[in-house]
Design a protein around this ligand. Sequence first.
Ligand SMILES: [Fe+2]
Length: 363
Amino acid sequence: MEAASTESIPVVDLADLRSEGGPERAAAALRRAFGEFGLVYVQNHGVDTEVLERFYDDWVELTQRSEEEKRSWARADVWYQRGWTPPNTEQAVVAGGQPDFKECYFAAPMALDERCRLMFPEIYAENSWPQGADRFRDDYLALGKAVHEVGMDLLRGCASALDLPSDIFSAATEGGPHVTRALRYLALDDQQVGTSILWGEEHTDFNLLTLLPGGRFYDPAGKRCERPDAASGLYLRARATAEHPKGRMVHGKPPAGCLVAQVGQQLEILTGGVFQATPHVITPPKQPGYTRTALAHFIHLHSERRLFPHDRFLSEETILAYGPPVLAGTYGLKTLVDIGLAPKTALNKLGYHHYDRLADARS
Ligand SMILES: [Fe+2]
């Protein structure tokens, strides 16, 4: 795998986005980071790392409970959009049938739009929690909210960087189906190490912006440890160039204390591809027994917002690439079918679904 130097991914200082004179520096960093890599490192983000540490401890403890108990937290009825996602449930669209090697938890930290809940009950479902996990729940929601605010600052920075009204993206997310995911990447055994098994197969995120406040590795004894080998972790595929027509793979290694933000498909569409949704892959260590925890917060457009390039970015090329326009909610529904979480019948909602009415009247 060809890797560029990790230093080439820009760092944006959140303090710059909030200060006089700093925004232009931040805008330049965001234009290059999201234009070339689809990913930026964020410093001075203000997310409480002590709470994050405690949260990971609690999450690891929960993953060690019995399979039977964990199954009781799984919510197939809401397409696993809340509660526990068992291993082998979700698969990346281009994975060729290879499910990811991970278990997850899903919860929504923000208030949900009640009208959208009627239209998309699974995507706007109420949170559910394990018994006796109050601190896990409280830290989960607090972290989700804190990371969401970082995302709002970045979205305002993105809009300014593109000379658009500063709240054009952030305002379009209000009441959207934002969701925070706790992840645990599973240990590979002797036979699985060195095979094609990945912790997360290459994909692009289907939401607007994804925030990753930094994960933790654990050794085979379950003790916190450093990255077990230099190659394990997140790789992204940078934008294709004449020199690298398939885009070079870049190892994402955030500087200490930085959070990672990634462009999702929705932001790529709105910007007509000026910002690129990053294909990324999570590679497991080369030795058996290692695990990793992570937290990811997914910011979405409100489900009734239109997904189509902003006027500024409309051209024959972008219309061909991103048309026809669809609503963010219907876009999400199709994606959940594509990745194997929602049944194909969910797509019946996307057009006229009252044919029975006439059939009943005629019977
Ligand atoms: Fe992802």
